[in-house]
Every structure is written in structure tokens, then in C-alpha cells.
Design a protein around this ligand. Structure first.
Ligand code: SAH
Length: 279
């Protein structure tokens, strides 16, 4: 049996996000992804860098009013709401976490966007949507949780209209990632698999999509690590985590984050990919 066969099921990933909601919301608010630091502004605070990463995805999506984007792995809805506000488009998000879906709906309602931004509990491995029904899609730091990227991307291709774009943001592995580090990350973050950046082009082709652009932004994301570590270990955010998970749970979280951040700094990276369904 390969490692992938032993990976977490979508419902286990959903339970993980339900349980880890206070962790992610305390540290990262509504943006459950790494930050982006442009080279000329290395001093940006974490909150702003998280928004910059969302802004980058919004600009790559290139949708406007009257268009419909599928958000594959929509978290608590921060990016979806921002996209809808910035562009006037419609957004449909899917997540496997019931708590996230609820929170995301509240966020859309609070922004008075409930008519244009919706969230469903659904597995991206079999999308509950009609073929040719979206103008664009994105998988924003979600594919590494899923059992089979080719299947998910084939599903995305099916629901896209011809010529429709898909934007992928994903954590990727470097050549030196050791097996025991991989097992640790897989357990701690319910990862199915991290793949190498160079594995993406053939995989996109297998899913019937055309590669438009692949950008390695690893260096721009590294600022996430120290700043998140500071929030985990010190100040009001650390008290919130202790309150949410208890003394023992908080100790476990500190150890887990510390180890994960070290592995990311040394052996992981980040890519932004644009692909498209053939016209
Ligand atoms: N894109 C969001 C959330 C990233 S966290 C953001 O950037 O803020 C990863 C998300 O992927 C979670 O919402 C999780 O529920 C979702 N996810 C993981 N596996 C999934 C699957 N099989 N189907 C649908 N969503 C999935």
C-alpha cells in the first residue's frame, strides 16, 4: 500500500478543521493560508501579508461582475468574501468542515453578500455541480489535504466552462524532506501528500488542463513562520489558545507548531499555478 492510501479521509480533514478552528482563527483570522511578503516590504505585519496573498489570488483569478468562481476548500470564507467585494463576482465555496461552512456563511451575511457568496459542505473529489457551470475556480492551500489531485482537478475541469481558469496555491516539498518529518506533518495537519513543484505540470496535463503559469513564491511566504510562532508562544493570542485547548492541549500545540515551522523553513516551499480548461 502506498502512503496515499493511508492518508486522512475528507471527513477526517473536516473534523480536524472543526477542532482547530480556534487555533487558526486566533493566529490567522479569516485567511487560513500563508502570508505573502513582496520583496520591497519585508516588514509587513502578518495580518497584512495574509491579505496580500489573498489579493494575489484575486488578481490571478481575473473575474468580474457576472462571473462565477468555485472556491475549492473555502475555509472560513475570508478569501471568498474579499474576492466578491473586490470584483463583484459570485463565489461558491466548498469545505469538508461543518463549523467552517457555518462561520463562512456568517461572514458572507455580515458583509451583506449572502446572495452572491455561498458555502456548501461537499467533497472536492466529487463536486456536486453541473458541468460547464463556473467561469473560474481556485484551490487556495487545500489540495494537499485531498486524496487525489488528478481526480479533484479533473472534477474542476468538468465544472469549468471552456477556457475557464483555475488558480492553485499549494505547499510543495523539497528533495530533502525526510520520511519521519513527512509522517509528522501528515498527522499534525491531516495532509494526504505534499508533491514537488516539478510534479505539477504533468499532473495538470493528466487532469485535462493546460498550464499557463507556475510561480515559486516560497521566499515570499517564509515571514509567516516567525510571526506565527510569536503569536503561538506570547501575548494575548497565546492566552486565547491556552483558554481554548487547556494547559495540556496548549503545550501540545506549541510543540507541534515549533516542529512544523522548522520543517517548513528547511524543506517546504510554495507555488502559485494558473491553468485553464481548453477552449
Ligand atoms: N482556502 C481557504 C482555506 C484553506 S484551509 C483559505 O485560504 O482561507 C484548507 C481547506 O480545504 C479547508 O476549508 C478544508 O475544509 C478544505 N478541504 C480539505 N479537503 C477537502 C475536500 N476533500 N473537499 C473539499 N474541501 C476540502
Amino acid at each position: 500500500m502506498s502512503m496515499a492510501d493511508q492518508g486522512p479521509t475528507p471527513s477526517e480533514v473536516g473534523q480536524f478543521y472543526d477542532q482547530m478552528m480556534p487555533f487558526f482563527e486566533t493566529l490567522w483570522g479569516s485567511n487560513l493560508h500563508v502570508g505573502y511578503w513582496p520583496e520591497e516590504t519585508p516588514e509587513l505585519p502578518l495580518e497584512e501579508a495574509l491579505e496580500r496573498m489573498t489579493d494575489l489570488m484575486v488578481s490571478k483569478a481575473g473575474v468580474g461582475a457576472g462571473k462565477r468562481l468555485l472556491d475549492v476548500g473555502s475555509g472560513v470564507g475570508g478569501p471568498a468574501v474579499k474576492l466578491a467585494q473586490a470584483t463583484g463576482c459570485e463565489v461558491v465555496g466548498v469545505t469538508v468542515s461543518p463549523a467552517q461552512a457555518e462561520r463562512a456563511r456568517q461572514r458572507a451575511a455580515a458583509a451583506e453578500l449572502a446572495g452572491r457568496v455561498s458555502f456548501q459542505l461537499a467533497d472536492a473529489m466529487k463536486l456536486p455541480f453541473e458541468s460547464d457551470s463556473f467561469d473560474a475556480a481556485w484551490a487556495f492551500e487545500s489540495l494537499f489535504h485531498m486524496p487525489d489531485r488528478v481526480q479533484v482537478l479533473s472534477e474542476v475541469r468538468r465544472v469549468l466552462r471552456p477556457g475557464g481558469k483555475v488558480i492553485i496555491a499549494d505547499i510543495v516539498r523539497g528533495p530533502e524532506l525526510e520520511a519521519q518529518e513527512e509522517v509528522f506533518l501528515n498527522n499534525a495537519f491531516k495532509v494526504n501528500a505534499f508533491i514537488a513543484a516539478e510534479t505539477y505540470p504533468p499532473l495538470i496535463q493528466q487532469a485535462g488542463l493546460e498550464l499557463v503559469e507556475l510561480q515559486d513564491v516560497s521566499a515570499n511566504t517564509m515571514g509567516t513562520l516567525n510571526r506565527t510562532t510569536e503569536y503561538v508562544f506570547t501575548g494575548p493570542t497565546s492566552e486565547t489558545l491556552r483558554g481554548a485547548y487547556g494547559e495540556q492541549g496548549y503545550e501540545a500545540i506549541k510543540g507541534m507548531w515549533h516542529h512544523a515551522a522548522n520543517i517548513y523553513a528547511q524543506h517546504l516551499g510554495y507555488v502559485l499555478i494558473v491553468a485553464r480548461k481548453p477552449a
